[in-house]
Design a protein around this ligand. Structure first.
Ligand code: AMP
Ligand code: ZN
Length: 492
């Protein structure tokens, strides 16, 4: 399918035709988790969104180097370079080593991503593993005159930078607005201006996470690690940088300023931001307590929902929204996704036992395939893709009920394409069956066979047989409903 991929670029605020810097290669950096607590479902949504993008780019034939970092130092409690380091705080509260905190939550993160069938990135660098690179980067920024040292800490001079290169391009904020909206500095701050941000912080005596540097024993600022690691592994200019929308400002804006101050060019061609998952209409966040952990969802052990939802149902639920739309987590929406997911899985499972005819009828396979690609090429529009997959489900059900026909060649092609989109691109897996499920599925298969025979009888106007099947089933509390797509059954 030759067709251009269009990507919404947060930097331009427009959909743009995607062109990689090097032919057939894509460099993609996504800000990873700060590993001081279990990832919540909101965090997962962002990483699953980028998993879809990673999968689709690979499917298009790009060799993708996907770098997603682990923030294991430097992320303070608030964005104004104040408060404790999140990991150091957790270590203090639990009386364990910071690296024990990091290990525990990195393992949890990887395990969770695996449950969601998200592919691992190509490189997963850590902030603490790149202290040398970060110190070198600070030196370069200082050499360019865009950073200053005060009492062993180093700050990026936003106003000085803005004199040469405009600051605020990504978030659309101009410097006057930023100055107007900033809180005045209290007497304690070392910063020249409140807009400045820390590149290096001198560690207080009790701060356990510390490294030597030319300025002090201290630790790097959070924004710095992403510039140091993205440029190290992807170069000073690369294709895609992603993260959640909430990282646009200040984190990504600061990354742009750091890179531009040294390399004098825009570091990233396409900035992609995933929208938020909300719970009760509010952003899911660790800090407010408005959150749910993946395992609480999978086990059903939570106070919000009445039943558990599996990782694949949750992934499907997320894929049913475009990555740039807000999604609210609600029981009714999850239940609807669960039903849809099972309908899709049922149809996929029917594919191998469909009866083939000489000719196909009732479905335009080629234009359907094209439509699936058009959806994904339109800024990774997974909900539209899924709507097309349901068109195929209707067709599969109609063939299974004898209402439409499919020839062997079309069946092979439909099976291949629908499985490709379901498994490889959307990253979904068909659930494994338990013994109980297999009993139920045997009963279901038997019923489907009876219904199939009844539908055929109806098509042949053999109403004696069709009524007999319906009435006998009704006697054992199984009700048949005739719909446009064929007949369905309900066990009362
Ligand atoms: P953090 O561990 O806080 O650095 O966040 C990791 C990633 O999760 C970042 O890309 C955030 O933008 C993203 N994130 C945080 N909260 C949400 C949410 N409610 N919905 C979607 N993504 C989120
Ligand atoms: Zn980052």
């Amino acid at each position: 399918m030759e067709q251009a991929l269009a990507v919404y670029n947060s930097l331009s605020g427009k959909k743009e035709s995607f062109k990689s810097l090097l032919p057939n290669h894509v460099g993609m950096y996504v800000c990873g988790p700060t590993v001081y607590s279990n990832v919540h479902l909101g965090n997962c949504r962002t990483f699953i969104s980028f998993d879809l993008i990673f999968r689709y780019l690979q499917h298009l034939g790009y060799k993708v180097r996907y770098v997603r970092n682990i923030t294991d130092a430097g992320h303070l409690e608030n964005d104004a370079d104040e408060g404790e380091d999140r990991i150091a705080k957790k270590a203090r509260l639990e009386s364990i080593e910071p690296m024990e905190v990091v290990q525990r939550y990195t393992v949890d993160f990887r395990d969770t991503m695996k449950q969601f069938n998200a592919l691992p990135p190509s490189i997963e660098p850590t902030a603490t593993g790149h202290i040398v690179e970060q110190i070198e980067l600070i030196k370069k920024i200082m050499d360019e005159g865009y950073a200053y040292e005060v009492n062993g800490s180093v700050y990026f001079d936003v106003l000085r930078f803005n004199k040469d290169i405009p600051y605020g391009k990504l978030s659309g904020r101009n410097i006057e607005e930023l100055i107007h909206n900033s809180r005045a500095l209290d007497g304690q701050s070392d910063k020249k201006n409140p807009q400045d941000f820390a590149l290096w912080k001198k560690a207080e005596p009790q701060h356990i996470m510390r490294w030597p540097s030319p300025w002090s024993d201290g630790f790097p600022g959070w924004h710095l690690e992403c510039t140091a690691m993205s440029t190290k592994y992807l170069g000073t200019q690369f294709d895609i940088h992603g993260g959640g929308m909430d990282l646009k400002f200040p984190h990504h804006e600061c990354e742009i300023a750091q890179a531009e101050s040294v390399y004098k060019k825009s570091p990233v061609n396409y900035w992609i931001h995933a929208n938020m998952l909300t719970l009760n209409g509010k952003k899911m966040a660790k800090s407010t307590g408005n959150n749910m952990l993946p395992n609480e969802m999978f086990s059903g052990e939570n106070s919000i929902f009445n039943k558990p939802f599996s990782p694949m149902v949750v992934r499907f639920f997320m894929m049913q929204a475009h990555y740039r739309s807000i999604v609210d987590l609600s029981e009714s929406a999850l239940e609807a996704s669960e039903k849809g997911f099972h309908r899709l899985v049922d149809a996929l499972q029917k594919l191998d036992s469909l009866e083939v005819s000489e000719n196909s009828s009732g479905f335009e396979l080629e234009s359907w395939t094209q439509n699936c690609y058009t959806a994904m090429n339109d800024d990774f529009n997974s909900p539209v893709l899924i709507a097309h997959l349901f068109d195929a489900v209707k067709y599969i059900n109609a063939v299974s009920n004898g209402l439409h026909k499919i020839n062997a060649e079309d069946l092979a092609s439909l099976s291949k394409t629908i499985r490709l989109f379901f498994n490889e691109i959307l990253g979904l897996q068909t659930p494994e069956k338990s013994e109980k499920d297999s009993d139920i599925s045997q009963l279901e298969e038997t019923l489907k066979l009876l219904i199939n025979l009844r539908d055929k009888a109806r098509v042949n106007k053999d109403f004696e047989t069709s009524d007999l099947i319906r009435d006998r089933l009704q006697k054992i509390q199984i009700q048949i409903n005739d719909t446009a797509e064929g007949s369905t059954f309900k066990i009362n």
